[in-house]
Design a protein around this ligand. Structure first.
Ligand SMILES: CC(C)(COP(=O)(O)OP(=O)(O)OC[C@H]1O[C@@H](n2cnc3c(N)ncnc32)[C@H](O)[C@@H]1OP(=O)(O)O)[C@@H](O)C(=O)NCCC(=O)NCCS
Length: 198
């Protein structure tokens, strides 16, 4: 697995860092878990997970952002753990050119401790303070209430006028996975929310 340019970033209980060879197996396992992938067309094969990491590596090279491995510090309630999943930034040009989304995917054993919002807050700080992005969006299907809750927790808001059909989901096979709700936060709104910390 090639090293990426992902910077090492920390929060109270988490480390966001570049991928290592040791992360491949835990990431493959969680991407193959039907519970974790319930709101996607299908769990990923090992080749699908390798493709995810390859796209992330290209994105770090081309765009200056991508996916981080999320590691738990000993202070975490379910930690320490080497790799519990991923959080990151990715292009969502299909929505509108130049759109950047924040995304998250964690192993089910670590759900419910607020790790995703904590990791996403670090990723959003990177997006707004390091990259200088004007806005970051998050997308999911309406049934993914867990992910919607994370969007709410990190200060994003839903604009129904921006909801859109995902072009890579086949409506004849997965009609309930086509429509995506679009949440977003602007840099100004995010900075106002975090005025005490930046
Ligand atoms: C979405 C996800 C990253 C949330 O991570 P997390 O660290 O558990 O986030 P939180 O702890 O803040 O929990 C968010 C909500 O999930 C729900 N939740 C928590 N633990 C849960 C569990 N074990 N089972 C089902 N739902 C749970 C709760 O409603 C919680 O909200 P609350 O804190 O107000 O009660 C995680 O559920 C996940 O990886 N899901 C699968 C991948 C995915 O769908 N990613 C998003 C694609 S857009």
């Amino acid at each position: 697995m090639p090293a990426t340019h992902a910077p090492r970033l920390t929060s109270e209980r988490l480390v966001l860092r570049a991928w290592t060879d040791d992360d491949r197996r835990p990431l493959e396992d969680l991407c193959a878990d039907p519970v974790v992938m319930a709101h996607f067309p299908a769990p990923l094969t090992p080749a699908g997970t390798a493709d995810l990491l390859a796209r992330s590596d290209r994105s770090w090279d081309d765009d200056g952002y991508g996916l981080w491995a999320v590691e738990l510090l000993p202070t975490a309630p379910t930690g320490p753990a080497a790799c519990i999943g991923t959080v990151g930034l990715a292009r969502a040009d299909w929505l509108a050119p130049g759109t950047v989304e924040v995304l998250w995917r964690l192993a089910a054993a670590h759900w419910g401790h607020g790790y995703a919002p904590e990791a996403a807050t670090v990723a959003l700080a990177f997006a707004f303070l390091q990259l200088g992005l004007e806005e970051v969006v998050a997308l999911t299907v309406p049934a993914n209430t867990q992910s919607l809750r994370v969007m709410e927790k990190v200060g994003m808001a839903h604009d129904p006028a921006r909801d859109a059909d995902h072009p890579r989901v086949d409506p004849t096979v997965h009609p309930h996975l086509v429509r995506h709700t679009v949440w977003s936060v602007t840099r100004d709104d995010w900075l106002a929310l975090h005025a005490d910390h930046v």
